[in-house]
Design a binder for this molecule. Structure first.
Ligand code: SF4
Length: 493
C-alpha cells in the first residue's frame, strides 16, 4: 500500500519531482555532512527526552512494531516517544505525544535555534494524521535549542531547550487531506515532473535539495541563476522558462542590471576575463607588509562540549599562517590540535608569538575569522589585547572579487576562494581529499572528539591529519598566489 510519511509529505511541499525520486529511492545517499547533521539532531533529541522522564519509547525500525507499541501506549495514556500513527495511507512518527485531560499535545524536536516557518506544515501534517486516527490534538509545540545557553559542568537540559507554542499557526494550514492525496497521486506516476517546470526558489530553501546538481546541471552553462542575486533575478528565470531565454548570452541588452551583473554578463558574452585595474591597484596599495595570510578551521556542536561555550559556537582547532615579506620571502606556520580537550588554549598559545607584528592579517571573507577572534577574546580575556590588535589588522582579500574588480566567466557568479583560486592561478582544490571547510570540520570532530563515531575514523586519524594540514595550508598559500597574480595583472600593460 503506498503511504505518505511525514518526510514524503515534506518532500511534496518542497517539490513534486523530489517527492517522486525520493519515493523511488533515487536520491543520493546522505553525505558526510548530512550524516553529521542527523547525528547532532539525535544527540539533541536524547537531551529533550530527559524533560519527559515518564516517556515510553516506541521507536522501532519495524513499522508494525512501532504502531503496535504506540497503540498500547495510547491505551495506557503514556507520554509517547516516536509515536507511530497510521490512518489509511497516511503515516507519521511524532517525536512526542503527551496525554492531556481531553486530548493530546504534540511536540516536534528540532535542533535549530528557533521555530522556523517550515516546521509548521510538518506539525500540521502530524496533527492531521493524529486527528484522522481519532486523537484530538490540543496544542502543537516546537522544541528547539536555546542558543544563549552556556555550559557549566553537566548539561542542564532544562536550560538547553526552548519551547514555542505554534498551535495557532498550525491550525491555519488547510487542505491537508487534499495535499496528501495529491502527493499519493504523484508517487504513483510513472515518471517525475519535468525539470524546468519544477525548478523554483524551493530548490535552495529551506535546505539545498539533494537533487540540485542534477536538476540545475541541465540549465545552460551560463544561465541567469548565476547572476549575483538569484532571488532578485527569479522573475527573469520564470520568463526564461516561457520564452527559452535562460542563457546569459540571450539576455536582452536593454534590461537594467546591477553594476556587478553588468560585468558578469559582459564577461560571458565576450568570453573574456574582466579586470578593473585601478581598483585592484588601490587594494594592493592599501596593503602593509609583511602580509600575514591567515585561516582558521573550526567545528561546532549542537550540545556544547566545553565549559563556557554555547550551542553551535565555532571552536577553532587548526590554523595556517603564511607570512609574505615584501622581498618575496615566505614563512609558514601551522597548528592542528590533537587529543579531545579544548583546542583553543594551545592554539592561542602557539598563535600569539607568530602573528604579533605590524603587517596586515589577510583573510578571505573577514566576517568569519573576525567573529571567531572576537569570541576567543571574550572567552580568554587574558589574550584580549593582542587578539584585538589582530582584529584591527584584518584585511579581506575577498573584497576585490566580491566587487567584481576581477571576474573570470569560469567563476560562474561566485567569488568564493574555491572558484577564484583556479580562475586566477589555475591551481585547484579538486585533487585534495579534504576540499572544503565543512568536511575538514566533520573529519576532525569525528576522528578526535566524538567518542561515539571515533571508532569508524580512528584508523584513518593520521591520514585525516595529513589531509587537514594540506587543505588549510592551501587556503593560505592560495592567498599568496592570488596576491601575486593581482600584482602581475596590475603591472602588465
Ligand atoms: S533541485 Fe529543485 S527541481 Fe530538482 S528536485 Fe530538487 S527542488 Fe525539485
Amino acid at each position: 500500500m503506498p503511504i505518505i510519511t511525514k518526510s514524503k509529505f515534506m518532500n511534496g511541499e518542497k517539490c513534486s519531482r523530489l517527492l517522486w525520486f525520493a519515493n523511488q529511492k533515487q536520491i543520493p545517499k546522505p553525505n558526510i555532512s548530512d550524516k553529521h547533521k542527523f547525528q547532532q539532531g539525535y544527540d539533541f533529541e536524547e537531551y529533550v527526552k530527559k524533560l519527559f522522564p515518564e516517556g515510553v519509547e516506541c521507536s522501532n525500525k519495524d513499522f508494525k512494531t512501532n504502531i503496535d507499541l504506540t497503540t498500547k501506549a495510547i491505551i495506557n495514556q503514556d507520554i509517547i516517544f516516536e509515536a507511530g500513527i497510521l490512518s489509511g495511507n497516511f503515516y507519521i512518527r511524532a517525536d512526542i505525544l503527551q496525554p492531556q485531560p481531553d486530548g493530546w499535545n504534540l511536540y516536534e524536536i528540532k535542533s535549530t535555534t528557533q521555530a522556523k516557518i517550515h516546521h509548521i506544515p510538518d506539525l500540521a501534517y502530524q496533527k492531521f494524521v493524529c486527528e484522522r486516527y481519532g486523537l484530538k490534538i490540543k496544542k502543537c509545540f516546537v522544541i528547539f535549542i536555546n542558543k544563549e545557553y552556556i555550559k557549566k559542568g553537566n548539561i542542564n537540559y532544562n536550560e538547553l531547550t526552548m519551547l514555542e507554542d505554534v498551535t495557532d499557526k498550525v491550525n491555519k494550514i488547510e487542505n491537508l487531506e487534499e495535499k496528501a492525496n495529491n502527493y499519493l497521486k504523484i508517487i504513483k506516476m510513472d515518471k517525475p515532473a519535468e525539470i524546468i517546470k519544477s525548478i523554483s526558489k524551493n530548490c535552495n530553501s529551506p535546505y539545498v535539495c539533494p537533487l540540485k546538481s542534477d536538476c540545475w546541471g541541465t540549465l545552460p552553462e551560463n544561465n541567469v541563476l548565476q547572476l549575483t542575486n538569484w532571488r532578485m533575478y527569479w522573475d527573469l528565470f520564470e520568463e526564461g522558462k516561457e520564452n527559452g531565454k535562460l542563457d546569459i548570452n540571450d539576455l536582452d541588452e536593454s534590461l537594467e542590471f546591477k553594476p556587478k551583473d553588468k560585468i558578469l554578463i559582459e564577461a560571458v558574452k565576450d568570453n573574456k576575463i574582466k579586470i578593473q585595474k585601478p581598483n585592484l591597484k588601490l587594494f594592493l596599495d592599501s596593503l602593509t607588509y609583511p602580509l600575514y595570510h591567515f585561516d582558521f578551521e573550526t567545528f561546532d556542536t549542537v550540545i556544547p562540549i566545553y565549559d563556557k561555550t554555547r550551542p553551535y559556537q565555532k571552536i577553532p582547532f587548526q590554523y595556517s599562517l603564511h607570512i609574505q615579506h615584501q622581498n618575496g620571502r615566505i614563512e609558514h606556520y601551522e597548528y592542528l590540535a590533537d587529543g579531545n580537550s579544548d583546542p583553543r588554549i594551545e592554539l592561542l598559545k602557539t598563535l600569539k608569538p607568530i602573528i604579533e607584528g605590524k603587517g596586515d592579517v589577510i583573510v578571505y571573507n573577514k566576517s568569519f575569522e573576525k567573529s571567531v577572534l572576537e569570541k576567543l577574546a571574550i572567552d580568554f580575556p587574558e589574550n584580549m589585547e593582542w587578539i584585538q590588535d589582530v582584529i584591527n589588522r584584518l584585511k579581506d582579500l575577498a573584497n576585490p572579487f566580491r566587487n567584481f574588480d576581477y571576474y573570470n566567466p569560469s567563476q560562474k557568479g561566485s567569488y568564493s576562494i574555491k572558484k577564484v583560486l583556479p580562475a586566477i592561478t589555475g591551481k585547484s582544490y579538486s585533487d585534495l581529499e579534504i576540499n572544503n571547510g565543512a568536511i575538514a570540520s566533520i573529519k576532525y570532530f569525528n576522528s578526535h572528539i566524538n567518542s561515539k563515531t571515533m571508532v569508524d575514523y580512528i584508523s584513518d586519524k593520521e591520514e585525516i591529519r595529513k589531509n587537514l594540514l594540506k587543505y588549510c595550508g592551501l587556503d593560505t598559500e592560495g592567498m599568496i598566489l592570488i596576491v601575486n597574480e593581482m600584482i602581475k595583472l596590475v603591472e602588465s600593460n
